[in-house]
Design a protein around this ligand. Sequence first.
Ligand code: G3I
Length: 374
Amino acid sequence: MTEDGEPRGRREVPAILAAKTSGGSLTRRSLLAGGTLALAGMPMAQAASPRPARRVPFGAAMQAEHLGDARYRALFRAHCDLVLPMNELKFGLVHPEPERFDFAPADAVLDLARAEGQDARGHAVIWWNEVPPWLAAVTEPGAAERALRQHVETVVGRYAGRLASWDVVNEVVAHEAPPDAPLRDTVWLRALGPRHIPLAFAAVATADPQAKLVLNDYDLEFEGDRYDRRRATVLEIVRQLQEAGLRIDAVGIQGHLYAEKRIDIPALAAFGAALRRLGIALMVTELDVIDWRIPGGAAAQDAAAARIVGDFLEGVFAAGRPAAVIAWGLTDRYSWVDDAMPHADGTPSRPLPFDADYRPKPWFDLIERRLRDG
Ligand code: G3I
């Protein structure tokens, strides 16, 4: 952190953004006008019993493909104030062809959430991944803008009034966020430049005026220059959206926590405080623990998870209560972590609050206490 309490790296940002050369730079001129600025936080209904009373709602991403598993459904019913379809609203899954939409899998999750009295949210409008072939072939700016508007009007419009929030942009910060190209190279950036971000925020605000608008990203919690730069880039995008008169309500910290890394608690606290000063809420959107560098054995893995989750929550809560804490699934039985980052010796990962037999981990108590006490 710098002496004035800003996250490190902030001072580098104006120079980065003034750069004219990179397609990845976000310039003020590139931002669209229009929309309104909402300073409210993110009130979300607390679900009635049987779920515990919490000051901060707890939620999890649900996969339609596992809904046949009664214990899976029961776990969400018992523990989640809020649910979201993990994959089912991603562009390529819900909009696989220019004029074809497939809402059935998302509806299965969202209808169940409604029946259980749970809030729901949408993930995600703009993303570099799950881009269908027809969209990947779009290069002309007018065609890309039409595709974006049609998608938002149809998909966001369909669920208008039902979703408490939408991840309007997901992972738009470049993986390494180099100073001269802070934004990720995607089909959207190539066709439209940085203005795809304000375009998306304006379109979603119009299609669902009640939904809170979220910028969602990862690697925003650890110690190191790379993470300082990523935090600074997020703050700068928020500022520029606001300067352009656009509404953005929250930043989602995904919270895919690498158990061998260190959380930068002061930097995370300063990041949350800087967002708060801009009237922006913080929410944890994809919490899980990546333990592939931790020697196998449930006790060691769970102890490492408790340490990193505890530090993470301390940093997140330092700036005030987040709008929600959402895990990226509930049970180790179904997680992306073992597919993407398995233990070299074949030891199973233990990424989620409940194990593969649906038993809570010690670190779930930690979460419960934090959410209850605020
Ligand atoms: O549904 C098919 C199934 O029928 C088939 O048998 C199986 C064989 O591989 O694949 C299944 O689809 C997989 C799908 O997850 C559902 O499990 C896809 O191959 C797989 O690519 C897909 O991965 C998802 C990934 O995003 C890409 O969309 C993960 O579940 C999901 O956890 C992950 O989520 C992302 C967030 O959206 C953004 N932040 C990072 C996070 C983790 O990568």
